[in-house]
Structure formats: structure tokens, C-alpha cells
Design a protein around this ligand. Structure first.
Ligand SMILES: CC(=O)N[C@H]1[C@@H](OP(=O)(O)OP(=O)(O)OC[C@H]2O[C@@H](n3ccc(=O)[nH]c3=O)[C@H](O)[C@@H]2O)O[C@H](CO)[C@@H](O)[C@@H]1O[C@H](C)C(=O)N[C@@H](C)C(=O)N[C@H](CCC(=O)O)C(=O)O
Ligand SMILES: Nc1ncnc2c1ncn2[C@@H]1O[C@H](COP(=O)(O)OP(=O)(O)OP(=O)(O)O)[C@@H](O)[C@H]1O
Length: 489
């Protein structure tokens, strides 16, 4: 791309040195700079990209965008701007030619349910014959291939790259999980959403946002940044049972479709029943009441499919077409996913790591528990992250008959510091603190008796644990099955 044309998008810049006629790529990471590229210095939490500018030039960058003039050796032009983060959003969108304009962009935000709802929408789109891409906590899924990504909502450059790739590979839609960090840090600059979906807002990430108010406002950016273009079929899908929906409704002028189980909503479920691995309910819609039967477990998944129903109905699909897809849905990976095993136990893998998600996961399993059996709940939490949620998580977990307090990704925090914070919220004494997660999983199996249910929460689809800054292979399901074989066979 012509360098001047690209740079024309950033106002109030100072240029030093001779700009090359064209640049071939944009990069924010000196470790993957291609020759003839433009390197943008981003100040991170842990390191500052300005300190890697020389490495980027050595690797072939011919333009460096920075917030201060740097003394660089080699043939390089410098573009000095007030905020490189803001400039990057503009540059990345222009470089990839605003790819989100060519796709139906669906953004899903909320504390819990982003992965589930976006996965459900993506699989329903594919089931209806639409080519769709998906990005979120599980990675970037494009035409059946899953690529690993760093974040739930990735940096602004990777985001534009992903949307561009989706467009180039023939996708017509892209479903994205939109995290509050992503919104607050401007990682979605230049993404033009057609549909914005809200699941719920409960306690999480207060280490970053400070207060629930700030956290809720960050999520609100998804709705307020949708624009005012009424020539496009844009709309918003809100959870009528969550008080934040009223605020989000005010943040957008696009049509609002609501769903829920309690308050008045356009799509409302009642008579929910959970039996024999099936969830059934009656769905009230603008066209009357329809019975639904699906393989996804728990009330939280009723909410999730109602949200997806609103997305598809507003797009013009019939209720019959939508229900046919819902009845076909397989469980979302690692979200109350039943482990296939010959052991005389019911084992679920789940990703709950907030108080509300723990409450929902336990409620989802209880209908499958017989009076004489136990519900064993193992959960952890990440080290060096929002500590204020820990006792509240344990309080919810106390609804299980036996609780094992452990760690998710302990990072640099001591096991005992994590488990003792959790223990402060326990409301009964039937629990154990075992920081080493593999040992904790084995303990869960060792105390289980035939007919018991075990939920391993917090790691979901992940097949690793991060201890200090190293990823170690870890699978709750594999450890549990091995321990179960030794015990029961
Ligand atoms: C605290 C935080 O948000 N950190 C994010 C941040 O990392 P950072 O600030 O440390 O930045 P950095 O990667 O060290 O480096 C800064 C710059 O220097 C560059 N660099 C760095 C090293 C080098 O050798 N050369 C070089 O050029 C980097 O490419 C970057 O441009 O920027 C990185 C690149 O965008 C992110 O991957 C990283 O997310 C980390 C992994 C993270 O855990 N973030 C969490 C808090 C997060 O964002 N979570 C949300 C919510 C998930 C949820 O809802 O549960 C998410 O969306 O994932
Ligand atoms: N709609 C929902 N409401 C409340 N809890 C939910 C909902 N959907 C899923 N959950 C619970 O929350 C856990 C996490 O679900 P999911 O991964 O879909 O959420 P998420 O918002 O993507 O979370 P994260 O941002 O941490 O990746 C699930 O394992 C389940 O226990």
C-alpha cells in the first residue's frame, strides 16, 4: 500500500526521515516483522513496544510509528503521534480496507456466556449454510480450522487481520466474543458491528475495571459504538432479566430484541425441564408458543439459545428453521460438557470462573443428582487476578455436597494464597484445599462413590495450566478417567 495514502488517515502527526513509497505490512511485534513494513510501538502492561523499535528496524521495518522521537539506526522514517494505540486502530482498518463492512459482524458481550452464545450462533449459521468465522476464548475458527489466539478479544491489528482473512476465505459472517478488556483498550477500533448481543453482567475483572459501574460502562461501548446508519439492518439483542439491559438500550438507536425467562421479553422460555440429558421448554415468540428440546444442559443454556433465536429471527429466519438448528446443537466445548466414560460417575467439565457462572453450573447439574448421591464441585481461580471475587465464588460453590478448592492458572501466586482466599467464602466444612490441580482432581475421584456427580470447573476447553509464566499440559478429564479406572475397575 502507498505509505502516504495509509498515513493520510492519522491526523496531527510529525514525520521525520524519508517515507518509503510503499509498505508491505503492519506489525506491532518486533519478533514477527517482515521486510518493508510499518512498525507501531505499543505501550504494554509489562513491556513497551518503543523499546523494540530498533529490533523492528533491524528486521526490515522502514517506518516506525511512535509517541516520541526515537534514536534509530538504519534507513527508517518515523511518524510521531499522540497515541500509537489510537493510530493503530485507524491504520489497521485502512490497511485491510475496512473488512468488517463486507461481513455480517455479530459481537457478543457479557460476563458469562460469550463463548457459548457466539459458538451457538456460529454453528447455527453454518448449519443454515452460511459461511461464518468465529473468534473468542477458544481461538479463531475459519472454515473448520481452529487457530490459537492470545486473547478472547485480540489486539486491534490481529482483529482486523482475522476479519480480513475471513472475508478473503469467502465468509459472509463473523461472530466475535467481545470482552470488556477488548472494549476498554480499543482492541475493536474500526469493527463495524451489525448485531450486538448482551448476555449478563455479574462480578468479574474488578482488578482491571475497579467498579461494577466502570465494568458495565466498558461493555456498553459495544452498543454505543454501533453508529447511526439506518440503511443497514443493524440491531441489538438484550437479556430482559439483567438490569444493565435498560442502560444498553439507551446507548443505541437500533432496534432492540429481548429475551429472558423472568421479565417480559420478545423471546421468553417457560416450563423448563431437565431430564435424561435433554433440556425441554416452551418458547414464546412473536408467532406463538413452540416446544423446544435440546442437548445443551442447564437454565443458562436456555438463555443462550434464546439470545441466538433473537439474532436469527431478526435476520428473517423462521422459528421452525431456528428450532431445527437448536435441536441439533452439540454442547459447547468445556461448558457443562459431559465426559464420555464407563466409570459409574457423571463427570462434567466446565469453565465457570465467576460467582454467577458457578451458581449456574451447579444448578444445571442438580436435576441429574439422586437424593442418595453427592455433588462434588472442584473449582479454582487464576492467580494475580481479581481477588475480590474469590469468597463469593466459594459461597456459591457451597451448594455442592463436597467442594474442592484449587487453582486454575496460579501464575506467580502461591497455591495457599489462592485456596485460603477461596475458603473464606465457604458456608460449610465439607471441603478440601488442594492447590495442585492434578492432585485435587485425583482427590475428587477418590472420594466419589458410584452415582455421584463431579463438576470440574474453571479450565473448560483448556488443555494446560499456567504456572509462573510456563504452560504445562493439563486435562481434568484425562486425570479423572485415569484415577477412576484405578479406583473402580
Ligand atoms: C494485561 C493485558 O491485557 N495484557 C495484554 C497486552 O500485553 P502487554 O501489555 O504485556 O503487552 P506486551 O505483549 O508485553 O507488549 C507491548 C508491545 O510490545 C511488543 N513487543 C513485545 C516484546 C518483544 O520482544 N517485541 C515487541 O515488539 C508487543 O508486540 C506489543 O505490541 O497486550 C497483549 C497483546 O495484545 C495481550 O495478549 C495481553 O493480554 C494478556 C495475555 C492477558 O492475559 N490479558 C487479559 C487480562 C485480557 O485481556 N483478558 C480479556 C478478557 C477475557 C475474559 O473475558 O475472560 C481478553 O479479551 O482476553
Ligand atoms: N448465559 C449464561 N449465564 C450464566 N452463566 C453462564 C452462561 N453461559 C455459560 N455460563 C457459565 O459460565 C461458564 C463460562 O461460559 P462461557 O465460556 O460461555 O462464558 P464467557 O463469557 O465466554 O467466559 P470468558 O470470558 O471467561 O471466556 C460456563 O462454563 C457456564 O458455567
Amino acid at each position: 500500500m502507498y505509505t502516504e495514502e495509509l498515513l493520510s488517515i492519522i491526523p496531527l502527526k510529525k514525520i521525520t526521515g524519508q517515507l518509503p513509497n510503499t509498505i508491505k505490512d503492519i506489525s506491532i511485534d518486533s519478533r514477527s516483522v517482515q521486510p518493508k513494513s510499518l512498525f507501531v510501538c505499543i505501550k504494554g502492561e509489562t513491556v513497551d513496544g518503543h523499546n523494540f523499535a530498533q529490533k523492528a528496524v533491524d528486521a526490515g521495518a522502514t517506518v516506525v510509528v511512535s509517541e516520541r522521537e526515537l534514536s534509530l539506526e538504519g534507513e527508517v522514517a518515523q511518524v510521531i503521534v499522540k497515541s500509537t494505540e489510537r493510530a493503530l486502530g485507524l491504520l489497521a482498518s485502512k490497511f485491510f480496507d475496512y473488512p468488517s463492512n463486507d461481513l455480517m459482524m455479530i459481537g457478543v458481550t457479557g460476563t458469562n456466556g460469550k463463548t457459548s452464545v457466539s459458538g451457538i450462533i456460529h454453528h447455527m449459521l453454518v448449519g443454515m449454510g452460511e459461511r461464518s468465522a468465529l473468534s473468542g476464548t477458544i481461538g479463531f475458527e475459519l472454515n473448520g480450522v481452529l487457530y490459537e489466539t492470545a486473547n478472547t478479544t485480540n489486539d486491534v491489528l490481529s482483529t482486523q487481520q482475522m476479519i480480513f482473512r475471513a472475508k478473503m476465505e469467502g465468509c459472509r459472517a463473523m461472530v466475535m466474543e467481545v470482552s470488556s478488556h477488548g472494549l476498554a483498550l480499543g482492541r475493536l477500533a474500526g469493527v463495524d458491528y451489525d448485531v450486538a448481543v448482551f448476555t449478563n453482567l455479574t462480578h468479574d475483572h474488578l482488578d482491571f475495571h475497579g467498579t461494577m459501574e466502570e465494568y458495565g460502562n466498558a461493555k456498553g461501548l459495544l452498543f454505543s459504538q454501533m453508529g447511526q446508519d439506518f440503511t443497514k439492518n443493524k440491531y441489538v439483542v438484550l437479556n430482559a432479566d439483567d438490569p444493565w439491559s435498560e442502560k444498553y438500550e439507551k446507548m443505541t438507536s437500533y432496534p432492540v430484541w429481548t429475551y429472558g425467562l423472568k421479565n417480559d421479553a420478545i423471546f421468553k422460555a417457560e416450563n423448563c425441564n431437565y431430564e435424561d440429558g435433554l433440556t425441554t421448554f416452551d418458547m414464546h415468540t412473536p408467532e406463538g408458543k413452540f416446544p423446544v428440546s435440546m442437548h445443551l444442559l442447564g437454565e443458562f443454556n436456555v438463555y443462550n439459545v434464546l439470545a441466538a433465536t433473537a439474532v436469527f429471527y431478526a435476520r428473517g429466519f423462521t422459528i421452525e428453521e431456528i428450532i431445527e438448528q437448536i435441536e441439533d446443537l452439540a454442547p459447547v466445548r468445556g461448558r457443562m460438557e459431559r465426559v464420555k466414560t464407563d466409570l459409574p460417575l457423571q463427570i462434567f467439565i466446565d469453565y465457570a470462573h465467576t460467582p454467577d457462572a458457578i451458581e449456574k453450573a451447579i444448578s444445571a447439574a442438580l436435576p441429574y443428582k439422586k437424593q442418595e448421591n453427592k455433588l462434588i464441585f472442584l473449582f479454582g481461580t487464576g492467580g494475580n487476578r481479581d481477588k475480590s471475587k474469590r469468597p463469593a465464588m466459594a459461597k456459591e460453590a457451597s451448594r455442592a455436597d463436597y467442594v474442592i478448592l484449587t487453582t486454575d492458572d496460579p501464575r506467580y501466586e502461591e497455591y495457599d494464597s489462592i485456596t485460603s482466599d477461596l475458603a473464606k467464602g465457604m458456608t460449610h466444612d465439607n471441603y478440601a484445599c488442594i492447590g495442585d490441580r492434578a492432585e485435587a482432581v485425583r482427590h475428587a475421584v477418590s472420594i466419589a462413590e458410584p452415582g455421584d456427580i463431579i463438576i470440574f470447573a474453571g479450565k473448560g476447553h483448556e488443555d494446560y495450566q499456567i504456572i509462573e509464566n510456563t504452560k504445562y499440559p493439563h486435562s481434568d478429564a484425562e486425570i479423572a478417567i485415569e484415577a477412576g479406572r484405578l479406583k473402580f475397575v
